[in-house]
Ligand binder design. Structure first.
Ligand SMILES: *Cc1c(COP(=O)(O)O)cnc(C)c1O
Length: 411
């Protein structure tokens, strides 16, 4: 109620929850930019409110040797350019470049290195990225070392003259490990000015964290997770401020042929317009469920950066505007994990995060890297919070086999 005794809709309430938890203030104008930037960049004269889609693979040259005009779609496409400008505006970066997948974006970055040069990676990383690093850097005669970036001495030992990339995923998709982007970036730049810091920001998106603002050099995304969120596109992207790094990465996009299709670019550009709305829901529901889970007698631990109990809650607050729908937890009795997962009715057991559908599964094992196989990874989608809680409750209670009038029967 305001001072005149009238009820007012308080649209700041939700963002102030995150501020009260200690996170950075909500990014101003993010939603407005996501909706209107598109029109600003579009290269065609048109009164349509959505930017146009251009599927052309090859272009007519009006003058020979004009390097700025479109020639062949692998090297440039107006729909793709438009999306890249929109992504850069949301990241507050000078440039964004899109690729055929998140791993395609990572391949483009790795390929900036030469034979004998070294990549240092924080070991708490998603399975697919680890497989890419392990299987291909050796073939390209590069050096690779996994370390724990929360140990700066270990990181310092790994930084050799030939180290060119220092790579981390924060928060990590597996264990919700949070690394201090500012501290690590400054440390690397002081000790080895020629090395570049790469942050995989897939778990939060530019709505919740913008690593370039904390000293990182390159940000990498699997776009199909939160940024797109509609589970029907595979795409990756990078964001950078440095002109030279951008030039190389842009060249690799076309010369290595790791491009997304113009149609997919159009789809992603459209879904940017609901990114802040979707994230607000993922954030709210995942926090609610994490808080609820913490109180259940069958649960040993909940790993969610917005919880006070998270060991790096303060670091998450310093560098992000809140936390998304991805988190992890452990049951007290590891023998119950299989049954618990089997009993779930709404949560899918598929390999996907950041979409509209909720999912849960055991943390993936990675060869040579210790993972607690009893850890359960969760991605909260866009369903109703109470239905998700009810589903987890019945799976914890092991009630699912009987037909006790349960209304959550979807599969
Ligand atoms: C999915 C994922 C990737 C790989 O991206 P693709 O688009 O599947 O190639 C990289 N990093 C993180 C954190 C991911 O979740």
């Amino acid at each position: 109620m305001n001072s005149n005794g009238e009820y007012e809709f308080d649209d700041q309430n939700e963002s102030s929850l995150w501020e009260k938890l200690g996170f950075l203030k909500k990014s101003r104008s993010f939603a407005t930019k996501s909706i209107h930037m598109d029109r600003k960049f579009e290269e065609f004269e048109s009164s349509s409110t959505l930017s146009l889609i251009n599927l052309t693979s090859t272009y007519k040259l009006f003058e020979a040797h004009n390097p700025t005009s479109y020639q062949y779609s692998r090297f440039g496409n107006p729909t793709r350019n438009n999306l890249e400008k929109c992504l850069a505006s949301l990241e507050n970066s000078k440039y964004a470049v899109t690729y055929a997948s998140g791993l395609g974006a990572q391949t483009a970055i790795i390929s900036t290195l030469k034979k004998g040069e070294k990549i240092v990676v924080d070991f708490d990383m998603n399975f697919d990225s680890i497989r890419l690093f392990k299987n291909f850097t050796g073939n390209m005669a590069m050096e690779l070392e996994f370390v724990d970036f929360s140990d700066l001495d270990a990181l310092k030992n790994a930084l050799k003259e030939n180290t060119k990339l220092v790579w981390m995923e924060t928060p990590s998709s597996r264990t919700m490990k949070v690394l201090d982007i500012r501290k690590i970036s400054d440390f690397v730049h002081e000790n080895l000015p020629t090395a570049r810091v790469v942050v995989d920001n897939t778990i939060l998106s530019s709505y919740l964290q913008r690593p370039l603002e904390f000293g990182a050099d390159v940000v990498v995304y699997s776009i199909n997770k939160y940024v797109h969120g509609y589970s029907d596109v595979v795409m990756g992207s990078i964001a950078v401020n440095d002109d030279k790094v951008h030039e190389k990465l842009k060249y690799h996009q076309g010369a290595m042929g790791i491009i997304p299709s113009p149609f997919d670019c159009y789809m992603v550009n459209k879904s940017l317009k609901t990114l802040s709305l979707r994230m607000d829901h993922h954030m709210k529901v995942s926090y609610k469920i994490a808080k609820w889970l913490e109180k259940q007698p069958q649960i040993e631990v909940v790993l969610h950066p917005a919880l006070q109990s998270h060991p790096k809650h303060d670091v998450a607050c310093q560098q992000s505007h809140g936390h998304s729908g991805v988190f992890a937890f452990k049951l007290k009795n590891p023998e119950n994990v299989e049954n618990f997962l089997k009993n779930l009715k709404i949560f899918l057991k598929v390999e996907s995060i950041g979409g509209f559908e909720s999912f849960m599964r055991r943390a993936e094992k990675v060869e040579g890297i210790e993972v607690d196989g009893n850890l359960i990874n969760v991605s909260i989608g866009l369903e109703d919070a109470d239905d998700l809680i009810e589903d987890i409750q019945q799976a914890l209670d092991g009630r699912s086999e009987g037909s006790n009038g349960d209304k959550l029967e979807f599969y």
